[in-house]
Each structure stands twice: as structure tokens, then as C-alpha cells.
Design a protein around this ligand. Structure first.
Ligand code: TXA
Ligand code: MG
Length: 323
């Protein structure tokens, strides 16, 4: 067995620590931050590579879309299609434990991987001075799921984060225990009528007092078994996908992986010539979208190793390939 350092990288939110957090985030790496709900595992939301590291660190077998955290309502409005309901709810509950799912704007800055390829984005302004200070100093929004490994409960102290994530996070900013202690309520405002996808810190009654009746469908909650009819919507291509392809036809597009690429495709994009699964995850949705064009009869996808992040990549490819 190899020995690993056992000192936790836990530090209080001094100016120097926030500067260090910004340096780590700017390098595409991960910092755990306190919010009023639970601790978040944060990465630069505009960097697909950094967002891919979140999925790698959590060890999730699939890509769930993530919540993107902002310091102000104005900055949220740069990335999503804002509407009247969002404005009223934000006026009442932001900053706070309520997340909106809204359509991405055409000029949305956020990594497609944070949306798991969908046309929608989950956004919130956390009610925590440390979280907002980090976002403000960094100058970009942060994608952050709860800072625990897949299948474990959400952390509400810095020590919980360390116990669950260990060295896979470079810095854990200690903001004390989380005031709310449960995750934010996730409200899908892109659906008509709006639907609560996950109950959380803001109760349904408080939302309904502002905007009238909302539906509830918590079948998309992460890490739970899902009934096929009521799953979280997932990204699908319009063109058929041909998985495990070892050759390619002249009317197909090729989504390649690794250094040895079959020739003859109409178009080819390579997820990672170096067989780096973090790079492949970062490129997955953008490359599928780029190849999903009417002049391609199908998209042939080369085999991806079914280990580590490769499992999440293969999960999404299999779902996208379903007719
Ligand atoms: O309180 C919280 O919300 C914490 C703190 C860190 O902010 N974050 C958190 O993130 O719980 P996460 O990734 O563990 O949960 C995000 C939830 C998931 O249930 C996911 O399916 C849903 O939000 N979600 C995110 N984007 C979505 C989208 N575009 N459409 C539908 N559901 C979405
Ligand atoms: Mg979670």
C-alpha cells in the first residue's frame, strides 16, 4: 500500500484562502465551498474540463446535470432565458435555497457538460457570504453538486467533505456547519406548469404562495433507481448512434477515441486522441452536437473503456442511442 498525506486541506475563509481558491479554480481544479444548504464541490462552470473533474471526483456512474451558482441575479440572467415567474421567485427567495431550471440562452457561457447536454440549466444564488465571496473574486459562476462521493449523504461540515472526498479536492473552505442542512429545492420553470424536481430548503407552499399551484416529480433525483417512464430527461441525438464502432461508412460521422482512428468518415471528431477520459467527458456533448447534422446518416462512436469516467460516458451514449 502507498501512504497518502493525512492532513486535511481544510482552511477558514481568509482573504489569502479565497485567493488560493481562485487560483485552484482558475487551473480547472476543485474547491469545496460552504453554502447555506450543504457543502458544494465547486469548479469553474465555464470550463468543460473542470466540470468533468467533478464527475470524476464524485465517482458517479452517470452524468447528472449540475447546479450553477452565481453571486447575483443579474449575472444569472446572462446565461438563461429569464421570465416573469423567475423574477418574482428570485425577488422573494434569492439569495437562498431555491434552484431554477431554465432554458439556456443561445450565448450561454456555461459548459454543456454542466447541463449534461440538455438545453436547460439549473441556477441559484446561495445565501452564504463565503460562497458568494469566492464566486465574486473568481469572477465566474461555479458548478457545484453536493461535495460527497456518489451514494453518500450530503456533507454539512468541512470534516464531512474531507471524510467523503479525501484528496480528490484540493481545498476545503471551512464555513462552519450549514444553516439549512438539506439541499435546495429544484423547481423546473422550463416546464408548463412548473414542476418541483426535488423538495428542499424552500417548501412548496412558499413557492405556491408566490406563483400558484406547481407540480411535483422527484423521480429525477440523483443516485436513486429510476422508473424508465419517469426519468430525468436526457440528451439524445436526432441522427442514430452506432456504438462500439471499429470501422466507419462514407456517409457516417465518426466520434473517435484514442490515437488509432479508422478512415473514410464524412466528418471525424476525436474525444481524446490521448485516451484521457476527463478530456473525453469534457468534449462529449459538444462533439455529439457538432456531428448531429442532416448530412450524416448516423454517428459511429468508437469503443470507450468502461471504467472510471468511461462508465458515465458509456451510460450517456447508450441513453442517447435509444430510439
Ligand atoms: O443545495 C444544493 O442544491 C446543493 C448546493 C451545493 O448548492 N447542490 C446540489 O447539487 O445538491 P446536486 O448536483 O447534488 O443536485 C442537483 C439536482 C439534481 O437532482 C439534478 O438532477 C437537478 O438538480 N438538475 C440540475 N440541472 C438540471 C436540469 N437542467 N434539468 C433537470 N434537473 C436538473
Ligand atoms: Mg447530491
Amino acid at each position: 500500500m502507498t501512504t497518502t498525506p493525512t492532513t486535511a486541506p481544510i482552511a477558514p475563509a481568509t482573504a489569502a484562502v479565497i485567493a488560493e481558491a481562485c487560483r485552484i479554480l482558475g487551473a480547472g481544479r476543485l474547491v469545496a465551498i460552504p453554502t447555506e444548504t450543504v457543502y458544494g464541490l465547486a469548479a469553474d462552470a465555464t470550463n468543460d474540463h473542470a466540470v468533468a473533474r467533478i464527475f470524476e471526483a464524485k465517482g458517479r456512474p452517470h452524468f447528472n446535470p449540475l447546479i450553477v451558482h452565481y453571486a447575483s441575479t443579474d449575472s444569472v440572467r446572462r446565461d438563461v432565458e429569464w421570465d416573469d415567474a423567475a423574477a418574482r421567485l428570485a425577488g422573494r427567495f434569492w439569495p437562498g435555497p431555491l434552484t431554477f431550471v431554465l432554458r439556456r440562452r443561445a450565448d450561454c457561457r456555461i459548459a454543456l457538460l454542466a447541463s449534461a447536454g440538455l438545453d436547460t440549466l439549473a441556477v441559484r444564488v446561495p445565501d452564504h457570504a463565503v460562497a458568494r465571496a469566492v464566486i465574486e473574486s473568481f469572477g465566474r459562476p461555479l458548478a457545484a453538486p453536493s461535495a460527497n462521493r456518489s451514494g453518500e449523504v450530503s456533507p454539512t461540515t468541512a470534516a464531512h467533505v474531507w471524510a467523503s472526498m479525501g484528496r480528490s479536492v484540493d481545498l476545503i473552505i471551512d464555513g462552519g456547519p450549514c444553516r439549512v442542512g438539506v439541499e435546495s429545492t429544484v423547481l423546473d420553470l422550463s416546464a408548463a406548469p412548473p414542476v418541483i424536481l426535488r423538495p428542499g430548503g424552500v417548501p412548496r407552499e412558499a413557492i405556491e404562495a408566490i406563483m400558484g399551484p406547481v407540480g411535483e416529480d422527484d423521480s429525477g433525483i440523483d443516485d436513486r433507481p429510476r422508473s424508465p417512464g419517469r426519468m430525468l430527461r436526457h440528451y439524445a441525438t436526432a441522427r442514430p448512434l452506432r456504438l462500439e464502432a471499429r470501422d466507419v461508412r462514407g456517409d457516417e460521422a465518426l466520434l473517435a477515441f484514442g490515437p488509432e482512428v479508422p478512415r473514410g468518415a464524412r466528418s471525424t471528431l476525436n474525444l481524446s486522441p490521448a485516451r484521457d477520459l476527463v478530456e473525453a467527458a469534457a468534449n462529449l456533448f459538444a462533439m455529439l452536437r457538432a456531428l448531429d447534422r442532416p448530412d450524416h446518416a448516423a454517428i459511429a462512436v468508437m469503443p470507450i473503456p468502461d471504467a472510471g469516467l468511461g462508465r458515465a460516458i458509456n451510460d450517456r451514449l447508450r441513453r442517447a442511442a435509444e430510439p
